[in-house]
Design a protein around this ligand. Structure first.
Ligand SMILES: [Zn+2]
Length: 509
């Protein structure tokens, strides 16, 4: 064989080898880049993964109710109350540990490697200087700086100004004491006072326990004027694993200007119960055409119309206009029972024969819940049947928790906050919050770490002990505003807030 023939014979082999080499380069190089992608871009994907993990968890937990006593033997939560120190002089303010802030935890704790490179690129392109400006107003300085550094056009004239805002903002903050927070709560708001206060058998209850949309507007205005700032429950404290492998509730590090005061807000019974129909309340939380959460209601002509008829859209708008009312985008906690479904959708298994749209309602409620979570709202359990946890038998207690988990958790996602119905805890003694108490053990096993009662007696009622947080909440309803305005002096001026359309006197209890 001469040399020319030899080349002809080996040519296909050479082409094959070259093709393999090219393929390896094409496939492997992007994979290497993908592994080095910063995790902070993945918060969204992390959320999506978490939802999947939740449904798996709920199945598992349903099968493991026998294991409570095993959990209870080797854990002890009777630590002493943690005294959180406020920063003494408030002069030098930037703490080196600030980079471990809660907002970055969620994005950095779970490694996710299998995402597309394109996601990171798109985020860089989507960085919006207006959004960064809002972040700065919401005291989220580290995240704002991080995004600003990634902004594609570093010559933009707003960059020096925003960088200075971040620096000045940070220098102006001090470490707050998370125990010094006020937790206020509401029920669904009355938007049509004529319908709510129409002298039917429910009118007295609405007058005592509800707040009107107008009153809520005025309350927000006053809280803002008085330097309150909304924080998330998970900003106050978080569970961490200590060096012995025990779960410990660790006070959060919240940095705010000296004059700002911590505020937590919750809304009970965000279920839009059947009894409220035609009484001047919203009937559902829904997504509008832009994907924003708003309320729907049925007007006198029987048409469903959308608008700001309850806490969620009203507070969203208020924060849009006053971003400095929210610490890092915190909104409020929505507490749901289960027996009439979620968020106004009749999704409970009780409705499977009577609600022909139950599947699409479940799907819709899930979308709304996700949109709420994405925009700073948190969820809480308010029990399935609005039960008094202090009175019911342990068997009913377990059944109720199981039903909530089965029907509501798949819609709203995992939650670790328990807001007691009637404000009535399984025990009024904080010493019962340990694993020898079967009710505490059961709630812990179901994933609850934050527990809320009702307590309007003092301004600050938060305890952080062992592996839980316990706090009282203050009602800003008709009864409290009318009969005990002095108890609300630090928050609002009730003479200004009370709706002119609320019939007075508020009926006594
Ligand atoms: Zn309730």
């Amino acid at each position: 064989m001469n040399s020319k023939n030899r080349i002809v014979v080996f040519l296909p082999l050479i082409i094959l080898i070259l093709t393999v080499v090219v393929l390896i380069v094409v496939i492997e190089v992007p994979r290497i880049f993908r592994k080095t992608k910063p995790r902070d871009h993945l918060a969204g994907a992390f959320l999506a993964n978490k939802i999947i993990a939740i449904s798996e968890k709920s199945l598992k937990d349903n099968d493991s109710s026998d294991s409570i006593n095993q959990n209870s033997t080797n854990q002890n939560s009777s630590g002493k109350q943690i005294e959180q120190q406020t920063s003494g002089d408030g002069s030098s303010n930037i703490n080196p540990e600030e980079s471990q802030d809660p907002s970055s935890d969620s994005a950095s704790s779970d490694p996710i490697d299998q995402q597309d490179l394109t996601e990171a690129t798109t985020e860089a392109e989507n960085i919006d200087l207006d959004k960064i400006e809002t972040m700065i107003k919401m005291y989220d300085y580290d995240r704002a700086l991080e995004l600003l550094k990634k902004y594609p056009d570093q010559n933009d004239q707003r960059i020096p100004e925003l960088t200075l805002d971040i620096k000045n903002g940070k220098n102006n903050t001090v470490l707050k004491n998370p125990l010094e927070n006020t937790h206020i709560f509401f029920h669904s708001l009355i938007y049509d006072t004529a319908k709510a206060f129409d002298d039917d058998y429910k009118a007295a209850g609405y007058n005592q326990f509800m707040t009107t949309c107008l009153e809520f507007d005025r309350i927000l205005e006053q809280l803002y004027e008085r330097d309150y700032v909304l924080v998330a429950m998970h900003d106050l404290a978080k569970l961490e694993t200590d060096e012995n492998g025990n779960q410990v509730m660790v006070p959060g590090k919240i940095y705010l200007p000296e004059n700002k005061k911590l505020l937590v807000l919750s809304v009970d019974d965000v279920n839009y119960y059947e009894y409220m129909e035609e009484d001047g309340f919203a009937n559902r939380l829904v997504l509008d055409q832009n994907g924003n959460v708003t309320c729907s209601m049925v007007n006198d002509q029987g048409m469903t119309i959308l608008g700001d008829y309850d806490v969620v859209p009203i507070l969203n708008k208020f924060i849009e206009n006053h971003p400095d009312f929210s610490y890092r985008g915190a909104k409020g906690i929505l507490a749901l029972t289960g027996y009439e479904g979620a968020l106004g959708y009749r999704t409970d298994e009780r409705y499977k024969d009577t609600n022909p749209n139950i599947d699409s309602d479940i799907a819709e409620a899930k979308k709304v819940a996700q949109a709420l979570r994405d925009t700073g709202w948190e969820f809480a359990s308010h029990s399935w049947g609005h039960v008094d946890m202090n009175i019911i038998t342990f068997e009913n207690f377990q059944e109720d928790a199981d039903r909530w988990e089965k029907n509501i958790l798949p819609i709203i996602g995992e939650t670790d906050i328990m807001i007691y119905p009637f404000g009535s805890p399984f025990s009024w003694s904080i010493d019962d919050y340990n694993y020898d108490n079967q009710r505490f053990a059961y709630l812990k096993q179901k994933g609850f770490d934050y527990f809320c009662t009702v307590d309007g007696s003092t301004n600050y009622t938060t305890s952080i002990r062992g592996d839980f947080l316990l706090q009282g909440r203050r009602n800003l309803d008709g009864y409290r505003m009318y009969y005990n305005p002095e108890l609300l002096d630090d928050l609002i001026d009730t003479d200004y807030v009370l709706d002119e359309n609320r019939p007075l006197p508020v009926p006594p209890l």
